[in-house]
Design a binder for this molecule. Sequence first.
Ligand SMILES: Cc1cc2nc3c(=O)[nH]c(=O)nc-3n(C[C@H](O)[C@H](O)[C@H](O)COP(=O)(O)OP(=O)(O)OC[C@H]3O[C@@H](n4cnc5c(N)ncnc54)[C@H](O)[C@@H]3O)c2cc1C
Ligand code: FES
Length: 270
Amino acid sequence: MAGSGFKISFGLMKKWIQDFTVIENITLNSEYFELIVSPSDPLPEVLPGQFAAIRVDHSPGTFLRRPISIYDTDYQKNTLSFLIQVVGEGTKKLSGLRKSDTLNLIYPLGNTFDTAGVRKPLLIGGGIGIAPLLFLGNHLKDKGLKPVFILGFRHAGLLVDLSPFRKYGEVYLTTDDGSAGERGLVLDHSILRRHKFDFDMIYTCGPEVMMKAVAEFALDRGIQSQVSLENTMACGFGACLCCVQKTRQGNKIVCTEGPVFNSRELVWQI
Ligand SMILES: Cc1cc2nc3c(=O)[nH]c(=O)nc-3n(C[C@H](O)[C@H](O)[C@H](O)COP(=O)(O)OP(=O)(O)OC[C@H]3O[C@@H](n4cnc5c(N)ncnc54)[C@H](O)[C@@H]3O)c2cc1C
Ligand code: FES
């Protein structure tokens, strides 16, 4: 039954297991789609950086829920949205959902981006890693800040509608082959040379090699940075330890202690 749900606790954290109704499933390009869903009860507080564990129904090969970042929330419309890239059976199945179908979520999982004291944020996303940055931009704008986004894609064919990002801040674009925006990788964008560079926090999500480069870029400039990791997960609530990440303080569980980390804490494995 759409909208039914109950609260569970993992330690101190209150989570919901709840059915949502699909409001819209929008195909954005050959790989990405946006799923907009709504519960029948009012949404609880959801924070940028958090994710949902999505059950993939009618798919025997995808017994485990799939972790997907919250792309945005609209409390007035009582909706959550997800930006999803089709990579395997689970995401392919989700891409076939239609209006009025039911989707079961455990949410909100994980920690959040720390925005305390930030004055000038730079948000750098690559590919599907742009997903958690939209909701973060929404939150930063609500705090009266003006986020700057640099978003990178492999080529123009993988672009998504960037107008939601433009609602929250300035958007600069790169593609590897120059087919849209500036040619090159996100850190090649000329805005980084033209800007007087008074950013005091960089938030990033994307391929690990990109996040590592962004973390080094921030460190070289004495700026703090936070990364949102997408380690492969199974349980999503700290029980199986399959998502552990090496840090300077030992191994950390990404699904409960992350997915957002101060980049200086991380011991990169690449
Ligand atoms: C915290 C978190 C947030 C995420 N947010 C999003 C999001 O907003 N949008 C989105 O599209 N995806 C997101 N992902 C990745 C997403 O969970 C996987 O792509 C998805 O689970 C793959 O399921 P599948 O059944 O389609 O593919 P599978 O058949 O399980 O896998 C297909 C291929 O994708 C690879 N893969 C599986 N999981 C991951 C992963 N976590 N990272 C990289 N490669 C993976 C597999 O190794 C395999 O090669 C997130 C992952 C995490 C951990
Ligand atoms: S996914 Fe099981 S502990 Fe993180």
